[in-house]
Write a protein that binds this ligand. Structure first.
Ligand SMILES: C[S@@+](CC[C@H](N)C(=O)[O-])C[C@H]1O[C@@H](n2cnc3c(N)ncnc32)[C@H](O)[C@@H]1O
Length: 387
């Protein structure tokens, strides 16, 4: 039995991927080294990929499925609009969970041993999907809930005299890996901050770090570094002051290999200070409000911004990796993957999504595959090959 399981009405009838009819006529060679765009229900596509040797071959999955928002989303062009896709669920939340569960199971099978999946949702169902993800991917593979800015929406709350809740201004992305061993280089982003001096005393209480410098031994709290490291930093600052004062400390630090640490004690200031060099980058945390997450360039109602996909694809995959988006909508992730030299697999069941995606992907190399006549799940035909 799994540790975590969310039970919902009729989940005993959950569509299990294993029991689905298998589609055999999808040519193996099509899968290899080719970008693939499927116009189809994604469960059929994933079933297909699994049965044609694609299990554990995808390095990064980003999905932005319907949010259970109870809204229709349109493709708006000039003066016309048509429904791009519907996010209205008659069977309420259990119907949504029945849809998402087998698809997440299939994605788990497709993800490589060192891969990651990013699931973009909002307050409507993110907490339900988190529990399902814990069941399928295991709690130890949960990495972060990433908080991003919500799309442009009117804050209607100004018209009321009293409120029952606050405005929701974030979406969430659940990041899971396939295995706990997965590691990435620290995700750095540009961030300019000048060098500065900070107090060397900290109120964290470790008696072993209460030693004497500049004639001071703290009675409580601690110095920030070990005695040996602090002594060296004090010496470094003496050397700078005695011999190199014609340079700024920033210049001296750059010319000496950007590794030296410094501690000083100023008259009238209670505690010594340590020097923090200027920074041009910082390591990302889970709050990504520094970038745009929605865009309105194609008219497709839920289009995500290339900045968001550049961050996910750029930080959590490498050139040559395979990236998949099984709810690709207007194709933002596929466009970014192409530009960043990743292989990709995209899928959407909306004809308008296909129209928009294909327009955006013009000039890039991929194969376009369509599921044959609707009720029969007999296979995919290759619609167009663009090279
Ligand atoms: C929120 S939108 C994705 C938007 C996309 N990230 C973008 O940048 O444009 C969700 C998409 O999922 C598609 N979708 C919903 N259910 C699907 C299914 N079972 N199979 C394939 N696509 C599906 C919808 O047609 C819609 O385009």
């Amino acid at each position: 039995m799994p540790d975590v399981r969310l039970n919902w009405r009729s989940n005993d009838q959950k569509e299990k991927l294993e029991s689905r009819k298998q589609i055999k006529d999808f040519p193996n060679d099509v899968l290899r080294n080719t970008n693939l765009l499927f116009y189809s229900d994604n469960l059929d596509v994933m079933d297909h990929l699994i049965n044609t040797g694609f299990s554990r071959k995808i390095d990064l999955i980003y999905i932005d499925p319907p949010f259970y928002s109870n809204e229709n989303y349109f493709l708006r062009r000039k003066n016309t609009q048509s429904i791009g896709f519907s996010d209205i669920w008659k069977g309420r939340i259990s119907e949504y969970l029945e849809m998402i569960y087998p698809r997440l199971c299939a994605m788990h099978r497709l993800l490589s041993k060192s891969g990651s999946i990013f699931v973009h949702l909002d307050w409507h169902v993110v907490h339900y999907v988190k529990v399902i993800m814990d069941e399928i991917f295991k709690p130890e593979n949960f990495r972060n809930e990433i908080i991003i800015k919500r799309g442009r929406r009117k804050n209607l709350l100004y018209q009321f005299k009293s409120l029952d809740r606050m405005h929701n201004s974030n979406d969430s992305i659940l990041w899971y890996s396939k295995s706990p061993e997965t590691r990435y280089p620290p995700p750095l982003v540009e961030y300019a901050s000048a060098s500065k001096w900070m107090g060397f005393w900290s109120n964290v209480d470790r008696p072993t770090l209460r030693y004497e410098i500049f004639g001071i031994v703290p009675e409580r709290g601690q110095w920030k570094w070990s005695k040996a490291r602090a002594s060296k930093a004090i010496r470094n600052y003496h050397v700078y002051q005695r011999k190199h004062r014609f340079l700024s400390l920033d210049e001296y630090w750059s010319q000496t290999g950007r590794t030296l640490e410094f501690i000083r004690k100023r008259k009238g200031v209670k505690y010594p200070e340590y020097w923090i060099p200027a920074k041009s980058h910082k390591i990302l945390d889970n709050i990504w409000t520094d970038i745009e997450t929605y865009d309105y360039s194609t008219g497709y109602g839920t289009e995500k911004h290339v900045e968001l996909l550049q961050r996910i694809i750029g930080k959590f995959s490498r050139p040559g990796n395979t990236v998949a988006d099984f709810f690709c909508g207007s194709g933002t992730s596929l466009l970014v993957a192409s530009r960043m030299n990743r292989h990709w697999i995209g899928c959407d069941s909306s004809s308008l999504a296909m129209k928009v995606s294909r327009k955006r992907l013009r000039g890039y190399n991929y194969r376009f595959l369509i599921r044959k006549a609707k009720p029969s799940r007999q296979g995919f035909r290759q619609a167009v090959s663009i090279s």
